[in-house]
Every structure is written in C-alpha cells, then in structure tokens.
Write a protein that binds this ligand. Structure first.
Ligand SMILES: [Zn+2]
Length: 182
C-alpha cells in the first residue's frame, strides 16, 4: 500500500534539501514544521448506538493550512518520542480528554515523499466514553490562537468533509480503515 503523504508548508524556499534549523526541516519543495519530525493524535470513540466518532480540530486562520480540520499534534521536541510529543501537543490544545489513558489502536507513519527524512506519525487512540456519551472537549486557553473549535465528527462523515487538512485528507483512508478494523 502506498504511504499517505503529509506535507505542511509548501512554500518554495532556497534551502538545501534536508537541512534543519530550530523550527523547520527544509525540503526540495518547501519546509516541514518540526526539524525532528512531527506527531499527532486522532482520538476516537464509539457511542452505545455503535457509531464511531473522531475528534477533530478546526485550525485558526493564523496557522498553516488555516481554516481546515485536522488531528491534534505538532513538532517533536528534543528528547521526546513521537508518542510523548503527540500526547503533549494534544494536552496543550484541548481540555476534557486524557489521551495518554486511551488505547492506541493504530499508528501511521507518513514520511516526506521527497526523502528529506521528515515524517509525521499519527496515533489513532480510542477513548472510552464515560456513561455512554462522548466526553465534552474544549480548547485549552493557551491554544485559542491556533484552534477555532474542537468537535466530535461521525467517522462516516469525515471522508466527505470539504475542509480537511491536506495531510488528514491524504491519510484518512488508512486512518478510517484502522478505526473500522479495531
Ligand atoms: Zn520533505
């Protein structure tokens, strides 16, 4: 199966392929957020009626791919594993769920197709809804500048959503399959 492709920020920059600085890794077609790669979490849950839901973030116009819906995540810091970075970023962006206590049902690695060494790791994490309903999740105050909204979306309706982040759009078929199979 071909790996889905996740590219963040594709403005052409006159940097050498594969070079890094404190914030980006530069690539032949642009740059990626996170010199050590990036990682994120797709939380999901099943309600008692058997329907699967995923929690998505509506990105603010102030960030790359503003206005789109995406998973939670960001750059991997020095000394962090992808999982630690994904949990930290999700905790910084949301209040109301503890993804570290969820069950990782799938992991997806999406390397840059240009071979610069950058990749995005997505952890698909099942949350157990308490007493039958989805946890109420809100935006962490410190993340209000980068996040417009957080929302539980029916997994069946994500594929037809018109405003997905290009990375989520590319990886959705695989992520969706991972949820269906779990
Ligand atoms: Zn690249």
């Amino acid at each position: 199966m071909a790996s889905p492709v996740i590219l963040i920020c594709v403005t052409a920059q006159p940097f050498e392929h594969g070079t890094v600085d404190e914030r980006f890794r530069y690539c032949q077609t642009g740059r990626h957020w996170g010199p050590r790669g990036a990682a994120g979490i797709l939380p999901w849950a099943v309600t008692p009626d058997g329907r699967a839901w995923v929690l998505l973030s509506h990105r603010s116009e102030r960030v790359a791919a503003g206005g789109t819906w995406s998973t939670f995540g960001g750059a991997i810091d020095i000394g962090e594993t992808p999982w630690q970075a994904a949990v930290r970023e999700t905790g910084e962006e949301t209040c109301g769920i503890d993804v570290a206590r969820g069950a990782v049902t799938a992991e997806l690695e999406a390397p840059c197709p240009h071979g610069c060494g950058w990749s995005y790791r997505t952890f698909v994490v099942r949350i157990e809804p308490a007493v039958g309903h989805l946890p109420a999740v809100s935006i962490a105050a410190a993340a209000a500048w980068e996040t417009e909204a957080v929302c539980w979306v029916l997994a069946d309706e994500v594929g037809g959503h018109g405003d997905l982040h290009p990375g989520l759009q590319a990886s959705w078929p695989v992520l969706s399959e991972a949820i269906t199979a779990a």
